[in-house]
Design a protein. Structure first.
Length: 363
């Protein structure tokens, strides 16, 4: 008798996921930009000012971005990276076209990335060249408001971050971190986009190391310098709130390179009035706030507050403009290098200023 044996063949199906990196150019419509940025070549947008940034969502476990640092700048810049609302740190952007892994070790799902220029305009620009990740989509974060902060090194976040190198060491831009400056702190708390129109050493009537020209002469220029061939298109941003913090360098002793007379209060007040009127012309419906220096205290703080009160009252009487205010800090913040606020000070400055801004804006 023959015996028959049946053989059962079982096929196993093994599923696995392969991460396929895609290449995405800077003109992709899913990338949102904010700040002073040169879009003359949309395939190589230039991040210019402190805190200028781009944001988008992507899928995958990592993201790599190609940048090029301006050769004529200070040799290198820094970017600050935020992923899913968490600060990841600063990355040094050096000369030449380089690839930088800006986020890695993530879960294989959707993430939101924000790349912020931590250094300021006078350090040179950073060109965004290419993005590598699985796929990109529009950022899931949609800020409700827009704020512009006008100022000097304090607004830039200069000399505030010693995590890379301590005071008096390395290079000046090593301690820049606009991401943690008071302006972006306030913007994040108010669910707002931010733009920083600020330059270290600049004043309203004179600068820290020169008698002028000062910030009002450069404000309309895209690069915040003497190049007036490229103007900043304010219509790309149109802030609802403009906060101006100038006066620190007007009052300073300067760098010692020339004889410096005491500040002329009449010139300061009249120049400020003209500058505010110019800001109002550019932003017809915005709320404008004049902020006293966070490194002033005592009689000096009170003296400048009197200047600001005069400016506000004069403009209200002359034009009927009721959407202009002034603010003075109660504390002095100079825990950073060279008498500047540090990153912790900037957070405290934002916390002190926030209730006032919420009140005048109704946000």
């Amino acid at each position: 008798m023959k015996k028959f044996f049946s053989v059962l063949f079982i096929t196993f199906s093994i599923s696995y996921t392969v991460n396929i990196m895609g290449q995405y150019l800077p003109d992709n419509s899913n990338i949102r930009y904010c700040g002073r940025i040169d879009f003359e070549n949309p395939l190589q947008p230039k991040l210019i000012s402190s805190g200028s940034y781009c944001t988008f969502s992507f899928t995958g476990t990592s993201c790599t971005i190609s940048f090029e640092n301006q050769y004529e700048g200070m040799g290198y810049n820094f970017i600050a990276v935020e992923c899913d609302g968490k600060y990841l740190g600063r990355i040094k952007i050096v000369k030449g076209q380089q690839k930088y892994v800006v986020a890695t070790g993530l879960t294989n799902e959707s993430h939101t990335l924000l790349i912020c220029k931590a250094t300021e305009a006078i350090c040179g620009y950073i060109e965004l060249l290419n993005i590598e990740c699985n796929s990109i989509a529009a950022s899931v974060i949609f800020p409700k408001h827009r704020i512009e902060f006008i100022g000097n090194s304090i607004t830039c976040g200069a000399e505030s971050d010693t995590s890379f190198v301590g005071c008096g060491k390395g290079n000046w831009q090593d301690r820049h971190n606009a991401y943690f400056a008071y302006g972006p702190n306030i913007a994040r708390a108010l669910n707002a986009d931010w733009t920083l129109s600020s330059v270290s050493g600049m004043g309203l009537t004179r600068n820290w190391n020169t008698e002028g020209p000062a910030l009002p002469a450069f404000y309309d220029n895209l690069y915040l310098n003497g190049d007036s061939t490229k103007l900043w298109n304010k219509l790309q941003y149109n802030p609802e709130l403009v906060a101006i913090c100038l006066g620190t360098n007007d009052n300073s002793d300067g760098d010692g390179s020339y004889s410096r007379k005491p500040l002329d209060s009449v010139t300061f007040v009249n120049t400020y009035i003209c500058f505010v009127k110019h800001i109002r012309q550019l932003n017809p419906s915005a709320i404008i706030c004049l902020i006293n220096s966070p490194v002033f205290d005592g009689d000096l703080r009170n003296r400048f507050q009197n200047y600001f009160d005069t400016i506000v009252n004069t403009i209200k009487q002359e034009t009927g403009d009721q959407k202009i205010y002034s603010f003075s800090y109660r504390k002095k913040y100079e825990g950073g290098c060279g008498g500047h606020p540090n990153t912790d000070d900037h957070k405290k400055m934002a916390d002190e200023l926030l209730p006032f801004l919420k009140k005048v804006t109704g946000w």
